[in-house]
Design a protein around this ligand. Structure first.
Ligand code: ACO
Length: 376
């Protein structure tokens, strides 16, 4: 029995033990723990352990895992050299995609897909991703690369490598919460991409490279950059109403709204809204927060009946801007966190793999004759 579902809507294509979503009720859990609980009480390093082991670590296990992750922050000199040869005008998501792929050259057994090897590769790639992004950003700004500090957490180390200063505890925590909120989300497009690629028994590098490419799209993770551009295009609070109504009248989408799965508010957006409010107040970016809440109000009035609410990308724009990140680093931040989810899904897929191979419904003609080129 074959039924066609455009965009695979409603199709269950994999089993996972990592995240659960109830789109009607606006629930997201990682391994049964509410995202809100994790965002309040956990940290990104522990969340990665949770996703990859489907349980919380004991203290000694967390220390060992964290130590192992942090010991892999360094990029080999040849990778730094490669970064220096990339044009400074390149977009960070393109840089990240290429660099994740090129890490395979530095691996003596890049195609090893047994579970311990897949976990080992995933940990190394996760640890090196912040180093790649921060190093490229500093190279393009004409600054010296700041080597990683292994005494710092994943999040603090990234901000340190980017800015050359250890972040304040508030900034570190805010950024770490963003990393927790973006780490996994069921079978979203990029995660599905990763699972599809690894299901051919290709390799972890290929699967993660493809996932980075998928995430970049404006209908997926690229939306956070588009939200920021939109906020920049709206000159004042008074201009919000005509801007949003004008777009809706032209049947254009308001970025950061709508979701294939959530028909209620995305719980990550709720948490990020609170975070964005605090950070915007602390950093003098209230205008962005106020414009955002005004957009949310208008969208609630106009389209909430269709189940369109803010998604994770909407308030992450104000949050990342307030943390001081440049616009084109927003989607790489999403990727940096989601590598944890992609890798977890790759491991799940390898552990009981079956090749993904759906069918297409043929809607073209039959019994056509070949017409020689001179007669066409
Ligand atoms: N603004 C205005 N209207 C919207 C929006 C939006 N952001 N999103 C959906 N709609 C409308 C559509 O126009 C359509 O209306 P209609 O039935 O009157 O024609 C209806 O809602 C359903 O839209 P679909 O495109 O069928 O919904 P789908 O499930 O395919 O799309 C998607 C989900 C791609 C996320 C969509 O909501 C969208 O384009 N949002 C903007 C981009 C965005 O924020 N992406 C990030 C998603 S979260 C993430 O990936 C991390």
């Amino acid at each position: 029995m074959s039924t066609y579902s455009k965009g695979l809507e409603g199709v269950v294509a994999a089993e996972t033990r990592m995240s659960f979503i109830d789109g009607e009720k606006g629930v997201l859990e990682y391994v049964g723990i509410a995202i809100d609980d994790l965002a309040r009480n956990s940290n990104f390093e522990e969340t990665v352990f949770l996703l990859w082991n489907t349980r919380l670590p004991k203290k000694s296990e967390l220390e060992a895992f964290r130590g192992d992750l942090r010991s892999r922050y360094d990029l080999p000199p040849s990778a730094i050299d490669a970064l220096r040869h990339i044009p400074k005008s390149a977009q960070p998501m393109h840089v990240l995609r290429t660099m994740v792929s090129s890490l395979a050259f530095l691996d003596a057994h890049p195609n090893a897909n047994d579970l311990p090897s897949a976990r080992d590769k995933s940990l190394t790639i996760l640890a090196r991703t912040p180093t790649i992004i921060a190093a490229f950003d500093r190279i393009r700004r004409g600054l010296n690369i700041v080597p990683p500090r292994k005494d710092l957490s994943f999040s603090a180390n990234f901000l340190y490598m980017l800015n050359g200063e250890v972040p304040t505890p508030t900034m570190e925590r805010a950024f770490d919460v963003c990393m927790i909120l973006h780490a996994d989300h069921g079978l979203n497009n990029s995660t599905f991409t990763a699972r599809v690629v690894i299901s051919t028994l290709s390799d972890v590098y290929s699967a993660l490279t493809a996932a980075v490419g998928s995430l970049r799209g404006p209908l997926h993770g690229g939306a956070n950059e588009e939200v920021m551009e939109m906020l920049g295009e709206i000159p004042s609070l008074d201009a919000v109403e005509p801007y949003v109504m004008g777009k809706l009248a032209k049947k254009e989408r308001i970025m950061g709204f709508g979701h294939r799965v959530y028909k209620a508010i995305d719980p990550r957006a709720t948490f990020l809204k609170t975070l964005a409010k605090q950070l915007a107040a602390d950093t003098g970016n209230q205008d962005l927060y106020e414009k955002s809440t005004k957009i949310e109000e208008i969208m609630a009035r106009e389209v909430a009946a269709k189940g369109i609410y803010p998604n994770v990308d909407f308030y992450s724009a104000t949050t990342y801007h307030s943390i001081g990140l440049k616009l084109d680093l927003f989607t790489p931040m999403f990727a940096m966190s989601r590598i944890a989810g992609w890798a977890g899904h790759i491991i799940e897929q390898l552990d009981g793999n079956r090749l993904f191979r759906p069918k297409a419904e043929y809607v073209g003609p039959h019994n056509e004759k070949y017409v020689p080129i001179a007669e066409r």
